[in-house]
Each structure stands twice: as C-alpha cells, then as structure tokens.
Design a protein around this ligand. Structure first.
Ligand code: GTP
Ligand code: MG
Length: 437
C-alpha cells in the first residue's frame, strides 16, 4: 500500500499500534489485556489501528518482546500505516531506543501516555507544576530521545512542559528545573496543608478511586456541583470541594479529585501530593468503584496500592460500588457485596442508592468523633497547641486558683491516645449536638 505523505499526516489524528506482553506472573490476567491501554490511547487523542500481544516467559533485555515479535510488529506498523507504537509496559531507555530503531516509528510506553494525558489536561498552575515535575523526572534518564513525539499537540507539551532544545542543552538545566519545581510545589503543599487544616469545623469527605469510576458524577449528584464528567480516563485532574447538604440535615465538605490507575507512575503520585491534600486530611474517604467493570478486583487493588503510597491505607474509608445499573446479573452484585462487607451500592448517574450512601457517611462521621472535656495545666503548651490544631474547641474554662484549664472539645477518636500519653485528663460528655449539624 502507499504510505501517506507528511503533510497528510499532520492533518489527521495520529495512528497507534498497541503492543502488550503477558508474563507468567502477571498481576491482572484478563479477557482483554489491552483494554486499558486502548482507553488511555483514545483519551490521548490517538486512533488505534492495530494490536499485538505476546505471551513471554521473561522480558527481553534489548527489546522487551522477542525479535520475531518485533519483526511481526514492524509488518503490522507498515500495513496499518501507524505513526507510533504504544507499549503497555514500562520500557527502559535502552529498550525504547532499540525498538524505535527496529520499528522505524516512535515508541512510547505506558507511563509516557499517562504523563501525556495529564499534560494535555492540566489546567491549574498547581496541576501544571506537578505534571512538569513528573515529566522531567521521567525524562532525565531518557534525554536523548524525549519529547519529539509530544510535539504533536499544537502549542502542546513542548510549551506546557520542557522544550526539546532545553532538554538537549544540558542535563544540569533539567536537574535545576526539577529542584525549582520541587521547591515551588513544597510551598504549594504547605499552603494547601494550612488551607485545608484551617477550613473549619465541617466534616470533610473525599472521593478517591480508579479513573472513570464515576467520582465526578457522584460529586455532581450529591452537590449539584457541575463538575466535568467524561467517558475518558483522567477527566479530572484538580481537586474541587463543594458543600454536600444532607437530606436528613447537616452537611459535609465533599472533594472530588484525580483518579488513580494501575501502575500510576511514582513520580506522578509523588508530585500530586498537594492535589491530594484534601484526601489526606479528610475525615472519611469514599472509595468509588466501577462495579460493572470486569476488572473490579484489580482496580480496587490498584487504588489501595496508591493509597498506601500516600500513607492513607489506614484512613477511614467506605467502599462505594457505582454503576450498578450496568450490572445485568444481580447475583454478581450480591457476590461483590458479600465479599466486601459494609460496601454501599449506588448508580450515581441514575441517583440510585444515594440516600443509603448519605446514611452510611453520616454514621461514619458521627462515630469517628467524640465530645470530651479535656483538663490540663494552663502551661501545658504541648496538649493545648495539639488541641488547637486538631480539635474543635466548643468551650473553655480557666480555674485560676489551680492554674488549670478545662476545654470542651469535639475531636476525632484517634486523638485520645495522644492526650492520655501526655497526661491530660479526659472526661466523656454527652454529645451537644450531632457532629454533622
Ligand atoms: N451507567 C452508568 N454510568 C455512569 C455512572 N456514574 C458515572 N457513569 C459514567 O462513567 C463515566 C465516567 O464518569 P466520571 O464521573 O467522569 O468518572 P471519574 O471517576 O470522575 O473519572 P476521572 O475524573 O477520569 O478519574 C461517564 O461517562 C459517566 O457518565 C452510573 O452510575 N451508571
Ligand atoms: Mg472525574
């Protein structure tokens, strides 16, 4: 067949061939192993024109897949007139170079596609800093070949992220920029920490979950927020917080945030810490799961792995099975709910199950906080500043004769250990009014 000319190429979406490899100890054997990378490619605006999958006993150090498969892939690239090949694995810098040489088209790996989507979606200054940092950390060991393919976005990543010329100029420049970004982000991070911590008395709830699970849809259903919803991966990159007014009275602050994915690049997780600050400081996490996905278990596992990386694995959490309207066989749902005790089943898009969810969230929030009276010396700076930071102080009484102070507080149950350890006297009180009022 005749190959298209360069000028024709510029006017059409880039055509990609997907390549995957299944290794013996793969953590997510599925019916359609390329399903997710296909979604990622499409979210990045590419057209998928061919697919290739190989079972391997082990990785080939030079080219990841075997040499015969490389040949086959090259024929597929030619016959499908593809512009690039996307590998659903993380390739080493040398492997990418060797593959590009053999296939004579651009080769990108899973991390690169994810970074690419993030870069094209980052809207806020904070998200842009975070993506740039993650891109540069990925680029550092690959400076020789980076960024040329990314220039396909008009005014795109080359502008948003680092320009090719700059990268080639000097490694030290990149290292310097990485330091600079880290410093900027650490400022953003501390500002965020203060902002979120100082937000006041309303209980806070954060939505977390696999990308495309329906977090933003749920946010909209609960708060009428009008947050962007799309059947694309990584539709949301920034955190939005809105008031969730409970039908039964009271409210919580609800935050929607960036979705997670299997093998989310570490540099991205690390750099998105500021964006995930709401989740870190929230009273409760709602882990939203697409219950209609054939990959439910592995997606839950992937989200838990990222939560662990963020130090959130012990955080109070409620599992929310969404999209139950798409589950045809009721026994599938029943089996899920049996397996994950205490999970709530909803369909955010159809506003099914939201009352049940509200009820469960209110119970969790109420259960987690206590009304107590803490008595200590007026000079006890450690306990007093700890309470000022972490508790909601409802009332305080000084006893000048004994130099002691008594504080009526509402605080998370977990703070009790600290107070006991530091010798404060704690008396339980009747709850003055509901936590969620
Ligand atoms: N059938 C059905 N579809 C839903 C439901 N909830 C969400 N969706 C669809 O799922 C897709 C993804 O929804 P989003 O709310 O954007 O998902 P998200 O978790 O915010 O995704 P990211 O921001 O990309 O991480 C959209 O096409 C929604 O319309 C539901 O209860 N039922
Ligand atoms: Mg979203």
């Amino acid at each position: 067949m005749t190959r298209t000319t360069t000028s024709e190429r510029l006017d059409r979406p880039e055509r990609a061939v997907l390549a995957g490899a299944i290794l013996p100890h793969d953590d997510h054997p599925t019916e359609d192993p390329l399903d997710e990378i296909r979604g990622l490619a499409e979210s990045a605006g590419l057209v998928v024109v061919g697919e290739s999958l190989q079972k391997r006993q082990k990785v080939d150090t030079a080219t990841y897949i075997g040499s015969g498969k490389v040949e086959e892939l090259k024929r597929l690239v030619e016959s499908s007139d593809a512009d690039l090949v996307i590998f659903d694995v993380d390739l080493g810098p040398g492997q990418t170079r060797n593959l590009e040489k053999a296939l004579e088209v651009k080769v990108i790996d899973r991390t690169e596609v994810i970074l690419d989507i993030f870069a094209s979606r980052a809207r806020t200054h904070e998200a842009q800093l975070q993506v740039e940092l993650a891109q540069l950390e990925y680029a550092m060991p690959r400076l020789k070949r980076m960024w040329t393919h990314l220039s396909r976005y008009k005014g795109g990543v080359g502008v948003r992220g680092p320009g090719e010329k700059q990268l080639e100029e000097d490694r030290r420049l990149v290292a310097h920029r990485i330091q600079e970004l880290k410093a900027k982000l650490s400022k953003v991070q501390s500002r965020k920490e203060r902002e979120v911590a100082g937000r006041g008395e309303e209980p806070t709830v954060s939505l977390v979950g696999y990308t495309n699970a329906g977090k933003s849809t749920l946010m909209n259903a609960l708060t009428g927020a009008g947050v962007h919803v799309e059947d694309k991966l990584f539709a949301t990159l920034d955190t939005r917080t809105r008031r969730w007014r409970f039908k039964g009275g009271g409210l919580a602050l609800l935050s929607d945030t960036v979705g997670f994915i299997r093998k989310l690049p570490h540099s991205l997780v690390a750099s998105f810490k500021a964006t995930l600050e709401e989740a870190r400081q929230s009273d409760l996490l709602l882990h939203v799961v697409d219950a209609s996905s054939p990959e439910v278990d592995s997606q839950i596992g992937a989200v838990n792995a990222v939560l662990e990386e963020l130090g959130l694995s012990e955080h109070p959490m409620l599992l929310v099975f969404n999209k139950i309207d798409r589950i045809r066989d009721r026994s599938d749902l029943e089996a899920l709910l049996k397996k994950f005790d205490g999970a709530i089943a909803i369909a955010a898009a159809k506003t099914i199950g939201l009352d049940r969810l509200e009820q469960a969230v209110r119970e969790q929030l109420d259960e987690r906080s206590l009304d107590v009276e803490v008595e200590t010396a007026t000079a006890d700076g450690v306990v007093l500043s700890y309470l000022a930071r972490h508790a909601r102080i409802l009332d305080r009484k000084y006893d000048e004769s004994s130099d002691r102070v008594s504080l009526a507080c509402r605080l998370p149950r977990r703070l009790l250990d600290f107070l006991h350890e530091h010798g404060a006297k704690v008396r339980y009180r009747e709850r003055l009014y509901s936590n969620t009022l």
